[in-house]
Structure formats: structure tokens, C-alpha cells
Ligand binder design. Structure first.
Ligand code: C2E
Ligand code: MG
Ligand code: MG
Ligand code: MG
Length: 294
């Protein structure tokens, strides 16, 4: 009967909704404990400069949750929930501090100095003590603020613009570098882009990942690159997965690239190996250069 079908339909719907709520409740119940038990890990994904023979130019800090029973959880599962329940502020501060500790360790080891980009959630921007917290970490680990890049997703810029402009102006004044993340996914107008205190545009991967480069898309990409140059912003492309995509981005004049084609996000220990080989490559370049002169 129709009634029966509806009943079934609702039962199925209810079941999944119930599962979702239960899952959310479980996550909420265990997040504080997880933080104190060091279940959250900071992974790093390298960024490379298209110039200078693809030199290692930075890293993005991406959080991972290694749960003792559930295994590795994707940020897609817990970040939106933490943004709702407010825990994101605490977790982000943990990621920022961990990133600063890693930067300090690299400096002490004598590795080439490259910045780490951290994600700053929309909720973080409204915390009155945001700048104090960041400056606190910079001072604690004796770093230059320019080594910490702040990635803020494009959609966060569309509301309370005056407040965001003030906050970003202040942070930039202190020496932090501001990146607009996921550029091209939101609703930012060109006018807004012009008013926002920014240093770097981070192109969303949808621009790079379309299978065939349609003429219109090609035009949009070229337009963005030209606009960025005009506004003196650097451009980072994320989600680069193939050689073809990389070559195309080089042609377009994109400054930095990041993606699985180069490397997936990895533990800090593993990232250190990249820095070590970069150090050797730099020494080799220097030796070659001296040989040429001699
Ligand atoms: P996002 O900041 O735009 O980060 C880029 C995402 O793309 C990361 O996913 C990264 O692992 C993934 N990615 C990198 N290269 C490739 C590629 O070549 N192909 C594909 N398909 N994906 C690639 P992840 O780590 O799962 O993070 C997802 C999102 O969760 C991030 O997007 C960011 O918005 C958020 N997130 C991650 N860590 C943090 C954090 O510590 N704090 C906050 N507030 N948000 C975070
Ligand atoms: Mg990001
Ligand atoms: Mg992004
Ligand atoms: Mg993204």
C-alpha cells in the first residue's frame, strides 16, 4: 500500500538521520578527550614554486584525526561539525601551535626557511583574541610572522566584510601573510577582491581538475592570472594531479603548485626528508654555480 511505502520511506530516512546524529554525538563526546590524548595529527603537504626548477616553497598544515577505534577520519567528516559546535577554535589553535613548533624545529636544524600555511576557520576570525593568540605562538617559538600563512576560505569573506577587512588589515600589519583559499567557489565579487587585504590567491581545484580545458574555462583562468598579476597577488593552484595540469599552470604563469602529483599530505617526520634533500639540492646548485665561475 501507499501508506506502507511511505512508512518504509520514512523509516529508512529516520534510520540514516539517526545514524548521522548518533555519529555526531559520538564525535562531540570524544573530541576533547581526543585532543588531550594527541589523536589529532598535523600533516603537511608541500607547495612548489614553478620558477627555480620547482623548488620546495612551503607547506600546508592539514589536520588528521587518528581515532583508536575508527581509524583515520577525514576532515570533511569532523571539521563542519566542529565549526557548528565551536570546537574548531580550540583545534585550530592546536594546529597553529604545532605548526609553529615544527617551524622552530626546522630553523634549529638549519633547513631552508619555508613558510607553513594554516587553515583559519570562519569562526576563528570572529574571536576577539585571534591576533593575540597568533602573536603568542610566534613569540613563544621565536619566529617571523611571515613564516605563518593564514588560509581563509573564500566564502568567509562574503559576510561582515568590514569586520573581516579590519581583522585582516591588523594581521597583515603584524606581518602575517593572508591567503584566500578555495578561490572561485564562492560568491566574491571583483570589487570585494579589490578591497580585501590579501597576499595570495589559492585557486580551487575545480579549475585545474576539469578533464578537458574548455575555451571559456581557459579564458577564466587566464583572466584570473592576469587580475592577480595586476593586483600583485601570487597564485597557488591546489589539487594538481597530473603532469599535464602542471605544465598548463606553468604556461599560465601560476606561481605555486600543490597536489597529489607532487605529494600527498604527510607526517612532519616524512616532510623533513623533503627539506633535507632540498638542502642538498641547494648546496649542489651553489657548487655548480661556483664551478661555472672558476
Ligand atoms: P583545503 O584547505 O582547501 O585543503 C585542500 C584539500 O585538498 C585537503 O583535503 C588536501 O588533502 C586535498 N588535496 C591536496 N591535493 C589534492 C589533489 O591533488 N587532489 C585531491 N583530490 N585533493 C587534494 P583535506 O586534508 O581532507 O582537508 C579538507 C578541508 O578540511 C580543507 O580544505 C580545509 O578546508 C579543512 N581543513 C583541513 N585541516 C584543517 C584545519 O586544521 N583547520 C581548519 N579550520 N580546516 C581544516
Ligand atoms: Mg587550505
Ligand atoms: Mg583549498
Ligand atoms: Mg578546498
Amino acid at each position: 500500500s501507499i501508506k506502507g511505502q511511505y512508512g518504509k520511506h520514512f523509516a529508512v530516512y529516520d534510520e540514516t538521520l539517526r545514524n548521522k546524529l548518533l555519529r555526531e554525538q559520538e564525535i562531540t563526546d570524544s573530541m576533547e578527550w581526543a585532543l588531550s590524548e594527541e589523536q589529532f595529527l598535523v600533516y603537511l603537504q608541500p607547495k612548489y614554486a614553478t620558477e627555480g626548477e620547482g623548488r620546495l616553497a612551503g607547506a600546508e598544515a592539514l589536520v588528521r584525526w587518528n581515532h583508536p577505534e575508527w581509524g583515520f577520519l577525514s576532515p570533511a567528516e569532523f571539521i563542519p561539525l566542529f565549526e557548528k559546535n565551536g570546537f574548531i577554535t580550540k583545534l585550530d589553535q592546536f594546529v597553529w601551535e604545532r605548526s609553529c613548533a615544527i617551524l622552530r624545529q626546522w630553523i634549529d636544524q638549519g633547513y631552508p626557511r619555508i613558510p607553513i600555511s594554516v587553515n583559519v576557520s570562519r569562526a576563528d576570525i570572529y574571536q576577539a583574541n585571534l591576533a593575540d593568540v597568533l602573536v603568542g605562538f610566534i613569540e613563544k617559538y621565536q619566529l617571523s610572522p611571515s613564516l605563518l600563512h593564514l588560509e581563509i576560505t573564500e566564502s568567509a569573506y562574503t559576510e561582515n566584510q568590514e569586520q573581516i577587512i579590519d581583522t585582516l588589515d591588523h594581521l597583515r600589519g603584524l606581518g602575517f601573510i593572508i591567503e584566500m583559499d578555495d578561490f572561485g567557489t564562492g560568491y566574491s565579487s571583483l570589487n570585494m577582491l579589490n578591497e580585501m587585504p590579501l597576499d595570495i590567491l589559492k585557486l580551487d581545484m575545480k579549475f585545474i581538475q576539469s578533464e578537458t580545458a574548455k575555451p571559456a574555462e581557459e579564458g577564466i583562468l587566464r583572466f584570473i592570472m592576469g587580475l592577480a598579476r595586476w593586483m600583485e597577488l601570487s597564485v597557488v593552484a591546489e589539487g594538481v594531479e597530473t603532469k599535464e595540469q602542471w605544465e598548463r599552470l606553468c604556461e599560465l604563469g601560476c606561481d605555486y603548485v600543490q597536489g597529489y602529483y607532487f605529494a600527498k599530505p604527510m607526517p612532519a617526520r616524512e616532510f623533513e626528508k623533503l627539506l633535507k634533500s632540498e638542502e642538498e639540492a641547494a648546496a649542489q646548485r651553489k657548487a655548480d654555480c661556483c664551478q661555472d665561475k672558476g
